[in-house]
Every structure is written in C-alpha cells, then in structure tokens.
Design a protein around this ligand. Structure first.
Ligand SMILES: Cc1cc2nc3c(=O)[nH]c(=O)nc-3n(C[C@H](O)[C@H](O)[C@H](O)COP(=O)(O)O)c2cc1C
Length: 213
C-alpha cells in the first residue's frame, strides 16, 4: 500500500502567464470555476471558509458557493452557528477553493456581510423540502444528546409544516464575502508554481502582482 504522506506529484501541464489572466479577477474566477466544472472536479463550488472567533482563534469548514458577482462570494448557513456568530462579531473571512485534481487553488480574503433577508428568502424557497425542514430542526453547531432526538424533531416539524410552505428560519441566511484579495494559484513543475494576486486599491481598482511560489 502506498504511503499517503510521501506521495509527490510534479504539477505542471499549464502555465499561468501574465496574458493568461483577465484584468477582472471576478471574471477570471468564473472562468476557472467553469474549467473546474468541465474537468469534473467534485463539487467545484465547495470552498473552505475560515473565520476568527471573538477570542481571536481561527476555525475553518467547507461551505458551498451559491452565487458570485461583483459584490462577492455568497453562501448560506445558520447565523447562530460557530461561523455565523464569528462573522457577525468579526467579518474577517478567508476562502480556499481547493481544486487539487487540476492543480489549481483560488484564495480569497475579505469581509463577510449578511445578505438582504429577501435574498435569503428567495434562495431558501428553492431548497429541497427536506433541507428546509433540516434547517429548522438543527441548531447548527450546538451539542445534541443523540441522532434519534434530531430525527424526532424532523418528524415533528414534518407534521407542523404539513400542507404548507416551510418558512425560512430567522437565524438562517446568506453571507457575501466581499473580497479585498484574490489569488490564483497554478501548480507548476519542480514547485515553481505560478501565483497571481489581485488586491483592491482604495480607489476600488484591482491591482495585480505576481508572487513567488
Ligand atoms: C462539501 C460540503 C459542503 C457544505 N456546505 C455547507 C453550506 O453551504 N452551509 C453550511 O452551513 N454548512 C455546509 N457544510 C457543513 C460545514 O462544513 C460545517 O460542518 C457546518 O456549517 C458547521 O460549521 P460551524 O460549526 O463551523 O459553523 C458543508 C460541508 C461539506 C463537506
């Protein structure tokens, strides 16, 4: 059996030359997301979100990107969860899109804001009914005595909402991470990777630079 700790892949099919990167990092991100999807990357919209708790300690977890536009990167969650409480107290956020199979990653840093309630309502309404009920049943990130208790809550809620639409829970909704930094990383041979970083200047313009690998 191969040792997973000593595997060593030499990346490098694709260069990321200066002319390969669009001037608008959001357009560049969309392009890479489409490439990841075309290359059958599993859940290409999965991103690792890092937050900072009130005591200054970081935590990370995966969430799914649900929209991307000039404002930023949008995802949905429970506002009372560990990440929700952290972001409401301290909006600093970092994202990693880990597209290992195509030797790419995108790193985003920025500030997360709750989205308008109407937008969360709109998205919640598109979710499968089971997920809507689960959003009511789960006090995300809180301890629970057993799985059975959670499933019992789901059964009770199915009866409660029988025959009517499931409303969005008050503490469930979206955040948008408004980026100030976006880095495109392309794995290259002999660890001489390409890194192109965009930083938003005070004027709002994006400035780009190449970073050493
Ligand atoms: C592939 C994947 C996608 C996920 N997507 C979401 C999501 O969009 N929103 C969410 O709240 N949790 C999502 N989760 C669960 C989170 O990783 C996490 O367990 C949960 O949100 C609680 O995080 P917290 O306790 O740090 O707040 C996802 C997990 C995985 C593995």
């Amino acid at each position: 059996m191969s040792d997973p700790l000593s595997q060593h892949t030499d990346y490098g099919q694709l260069p990321l030359g200066d002319s390969d990167v669009l001037d608008d990092p959001i357009a560049q991100f969309r392009l890479w997301l489409a490439n990841a999807s075309d290359a059958s990357v599993y859940e290409p919209n999965a991103m690792v979100l890092s937050t900072v708790d009130v005591d200054g300690s970081p935590s990370s977890r995966t969430v799914l990107l649900r929209a991307i536009d000039e404002t930023g990167f949008e995802f949905f969650t429970n506002y009372s969860s560990i990440k929700g409480r952290a972001l409401i107290a301290n909006p600093a956020a970092a994202l990693v899109f880990p597209w290992y199979s195509i030797h790419r990653q995108v790193l985003v840093r920025g500030s997360a804001q709750p989205v308008a309630a109407a937008l969360s309502d709109q998205y919640f309404a598109t979710r499968p009914r089971g997920s809507q009920i689960a959003a009511h049943a789960s006090e995300q990130s809180q301890p629970i005595a057993s799985r059975a208790l959670l499933e019992q809550r789901v059964t009770e809620l199915e009866h409660e909402f029988d025959g009517r639409d499931v409303p969005r829970p008050d503490d469930w909704g979206g955040f948008v991470v408004e980026p100030h930094t976006i880095e495109f990383w392309q794995g290259r041979s002999s660890r001489l990777h390409d890194r192109v970083r965009f930083m938003r200047a005070a004027s709002g313009e994006w400035e780009r630079m190449r970073l050493q690998p």
